[in-house]
Design a protein around this ligand. Structure first.
Ligand SMILES: [Zn+2]
Length: 872
């Protein structure tokens, strides 16, 4: 599954009191005395009624004499059951809370093969769980499509089953559906039979043995475009009329599939691979890797060549790369239980970037992904983090495992190990793992075993430390000395923590480079000084290439040597040095002046947009921390002096050779410099806005976004009304949404309140209204919180199910005002169910930390800025 990480940042489940690697004594799983081997499922959906009828025949292998068969079933009405065609029906007991159905037989079942038959019916859901529908408008009226979404544990809403990843079985699905619609399953259609009443019966081929969560069924007024890729029928399935937008994803899959076939060493095993687009979107996920029939929301699969940006193409390519990687890591080889979910998600998240590095080097995969690494490290430095391998007792906890630690830290663990072993050795180990465990289930240790067969640099010690312990390793460069043409670098290992539980030791593999000299590798363990010899003399880069999951702290001399040569470092190292220095300085482990001097020294360039983007984000963060402080104007003046040369370098106007990154950066620079009050940017913005009011096509999409943002932040009542007029008059849905959201950016609190009043008035569309509230929440968190609490009955429907948790987790995760805490607490107690409150506890910790940064760290920063102010 590909998750939306922006939500996950706040979505870490707090599981206290579970020791990693503890014996699974409390694991709530089905008894293993009866094992399913094959399902034959027949389903008839009733689209208009949102219900379906089902029949299933399950081949089971009884391993020990028993009177009972117990399986998973949720929200299904079971009409009857029989074993081996016997007339006598078993006694049936349903436990809705535990989602279990138990059949008790009058006689004991003998060991061996039996056939269990169940007739049942179920619901077609509005939300993406089990069988669900998505509706869209067409010129002929509304059109309904059906899809399934079973991960982690919702196959039981479609078919009574052993709904646990290790209970692999084959599946043969037959559906009775309207003849005019297209049905999609995991396997190609084996037969189609015409039935009376404009119906047809479609039978799909038998799947290989697989986990229940990978089963798929889709139905709709679809079109399919396809291509033969090395003997595999690769298809993109879209709603009627959208085939032109399918080409990009089809091309991507046609490049990715051969790359993976080679890299994994085992060819994709199914005869076809469909990628199925569903209309609309979900706040929580973008796509799901069902074997042979991957589901995507349209924005993650379709590319409209006329409108798509480079970022859109990249997002689609990455999502396709992620989901196809799962066909091996996840589908062919599956984790035995949710504890090891990272084997799926960490690996697929790593593989998507690896594939980008190989097939789209111009997108600078790891540099572009640096943000998710930092997000993982931020979470991992705090209380509430958890080891990559989680302890999950019950499926109700499994959902909490789909978080930033599992995805983003998991990906960094894989990256660390690959860099340590070397690309080829690592790939050979993965090939061994896939070949050895194909069609099987594994635990994490199985991967370490395969990687270490004959490997000159084994990974097990490093890998166990990174996956069984939470927290961020810190490598400190104690000093570096040039001795006869080589450098002796002294290193030690500790932990970078804000308030995370302490961890004594990691085995941390690092590459150390001397600029203008050579490189050396070492595993740094423990606090004792460890010396490493590197050829050549010059500034030293620790964790060169940034492939290891760790932060680096330099000695004052070591950092001072790097500042003047910053522009000569690789992009990854520039990003790593800026991020580590910021994290350490805010946490009080480095002087703020060292951070600010480093930021001021970043040379303006258009070659490394990711670095400029990070610098800009760091300046904006410092600005937010200064909100309401008398030193904010001085900070902003300094920030202008740092950023303005970047805009001068890339230019106000678009250029034909601008990459997507440069265009995104230009928008961000105009917005940031506008917020900081840069007079030249404000002059350009005012001119451009006046022209835009007179002539709507005078601005391209990038400049429209940037100009309206800056105008909105500084708006007075008259300007705000002009912006409101633009929203009312907007020609396209996209422009309309953009214009409404703009209204929420105003810095004037009275206008913030007006924007929120407008949002709940019913005038803007629901999805836009929630974004307006979010925009106000970023500028005026206290005001937004009070308004939302006061107007709860009107706000709640804008966010749907779990509204309170979504708002509390997403709106109030970056504030720095402790006065917000009791109000947030009151809001959470009023509107968030206890089970999901854990997420918001973390927000409160972030707010408290940022408040402490404000009082403890900013005075030092402000003194440095006063001493280095521009023009002095
Ligand atoms: Zn995934």
């Amino acid at each position: 599954m590909r998750k939306n990480l922006s939500l996950l940042a706040a979505g870490v489940l707090v599981l206290l009191g579970h020791a990693a690697g503890a014996a699974p004594v409390n694991r709530m799983i089905l008894p293993d005395d009866v094992q399913p081997t094959a399902y034959r499922i027949a389903v008839t959906p009733h689209l208009a009624e949102s219900t379906f009828d089902g029949r299933v025949e399950i081949d089971v292998d009884v391993r020990r004499r028993t009177h009972r068969i117990e399986l998973d079933s949720a929200d299904l009405v079971i009409a009857g059951a029989s074993l081996d065609g016997e007339a006598a029906a078993p006694r049936m007991a349903l436990d809705a809370k535990r989602q279990r159905a138990t059949f008790t037989f009058a006689h004991a079942l003998a060991p061996g093969h039996h056939v269990l038959r169940i007739a049942y019916s179920g619901r077609i859901n509005d939300q993406a769980a089990g069988l669900f529908h998505l509706d869209h408008d067409t010129p002929q009226g509304p059109s309904r499509s059906l899809f399934t979404m079973f991960e982690d544990s919702d196959a039981r809403r479609f078919v009574p089953s052993w709904d646990e990843p290790a209970r692999r079985a084959t599946f043969e699905l037959t559906v009775t559906v309207p003849a005019a619609l297209m049905a999609i399953g995991n396997m190609p259609v084996a037969s189609t039979e015409t039935l009376p009443g404009q119906l047809k019966r479609v039978r799909f081929g038998k799947t290989p043995p697989m986990s229940t969560y990978l089963l798929f069924f889709g139905l709709g007024d679809f079109e399919r475009v396809s291509r033969d890729v090395g003997g595999v029928d690769v298809g993109v399935v879209v709603k009627r009329g959208d085939t032109a937008q399918a080409t990009y994803a089809l091309d991507a899959a046609a490049r990715l599939l051969p790359y993976y076939n080679d890299w994994f060493g085992t060819p994709y095993p199914l005869p076809k691979l469909d990628m199925v687009a569903g209309a609309g979107g979900s706040v929580t996920f973008g796509a799901m890797e069902n074997w042979g029939a991957i589901f995507y929301f349209e924005r993650d699969l379709l590319v409209d060549d006329k409108r798509a940006s480079e970022d859109d193409r990249r997002r689609v390519f990455e999502t396709v790369a992620h989901e196809i990687a799962h066909q091996w890591f996840g589908n062919l080889v599956t984790m035995a239980w949710w504890d090891d979910l990272w084997l799926n998600e960490g690996f697929a998240s790593w593989m998507e970037v690896k594939a980008v590095e190989q097939l789209h080097p111009e997108w600078t995969g790891w540099a572009n992904d640096a943000g998710s690494k930092q997000q993982a490290m931020d979470i991992d430095a705090r209380r509430g983090t958890h080891p990559v391998i989680m302890h999950i007792d019950d499926v109700s906890q499994a959902e909490g495992a789909f978080d930033t630690i599992t995805y983003a830290k998991g990906a960094q663990v894989v990256r660390t190990l690959e860099a340590w072993q070397g690309d080829d050795t690592f790939r050979d180990g993965v090939r061994r793992y896939i070949a050895r465990h194909a069609y099987g289930n594994t635990v994490t240790e199985d991967l370490w075993k395969s990687l270490d067969v004959g490997a000159p640099r084994p990974v097990t010690a490093i890998a166990r430390d990174l996956t069984l312990q939470a927290g961020v390793p810190l490598v400190t460069e104690l000093d570096s000395r040039c001795v006869h043409g080589h450098t002796v670098v002294a290193l030690a290992q500790s932990q970078f923590s804000i308030d995370a539980p302490p961890v004594a030791r990691w085995h941390v593999p690092v590459k150390v480079a001397v600029l203008g000299g050579g490189q050396a590798r070492a595993v740094v363990v423990g606090a004792a000084r460890q010396a490493l010899d590197v050829p050549g003399c010059g500034p030293v880069v620790v964790n060169a290439g940034q492939s290891t999951y760790a932060r680096v702290r330099y000695s004052p001399a070591g950092l001072a040597a790097l500042v003047p040569v910053f522009g000569r470092l690789g992009e990854d190292d520039q990003l790593g040095l800026l991020s580590d220095t910021q994290a350490l300085a805010l946490a009080g482990k480095l002087p703020m002046g060292e951070l600010l001097a480093l930021m001021a020294g970043v040379p303006p360039s258009r070659d490394k947009p990711a670095v400029a983007q990070l610098l800009l984000t760091q300046l904006e963060d410092l600005d937010r921390l200064h909100d309401g402080l008398p030193t904010q104007p001085a900070l902003r003046a300094w920030a202008q002096s740092v950023l303005a040369p970047f805009l001068a370098e890339i230019g106000w106007d678009s250029r034909a050779d601008d990459g997507g990154d440069v265009r995104t950066l230009r928008v961000a620079l105009i917005e940031a410099l506008g917020e900081f009050g840069d007079p030249r940017v404000l002059g350009e913005v005012d001119k451009a806005f006046a022209r835009y009011l007179a002539q709507r096509d005078s601005l391209d999409a990038d400049h429209r976004e940037a100009v309206l943002y800056v105008v909105a932040t500084r708006a007075d009542e008259r300007t705000w009304e002009q912006l409101h007029g633009l929203a009312l008059a907007a020609g396209s849905e996209v422009e309309k949404a953009e214009a409404y959201v703009t209204l929420g950016h105003a810095r004037d609190p009275a206008l913030g309140r007006r924007a929120m009043t407008l949002a709940i008035s019913g005038e803007p569309p629901t999805t836009v209204a929630s974004r307006v509230l979010r925009a106000v929440g970023r500028v005026h968190p206290g005001l937004a919180l009070d308004f939302i609490a006061d107007h709860w009955t009107r706000v709640e429907p804008l966010f749907g199910e779990g509204a309170g948790a979504t708002i509390a987790a997403r709106f109030f995760d970056t504030g720095a005002d402790p006065a917000l805490l009791p109000r947030l607490d009151a809001f959470v107690h009023a509107h968030v169910p206890p089970a999901t409150r854990g997420r918001i506890v973390k927000n409160a910790a972030v707010i408290r930390y940022r408040a402490s940064v404000r009082t403890l760290r900013l005075p030092e920063a402000d003194r440095w800025i006063a001493a280095h102010a521009p023009g002095r």
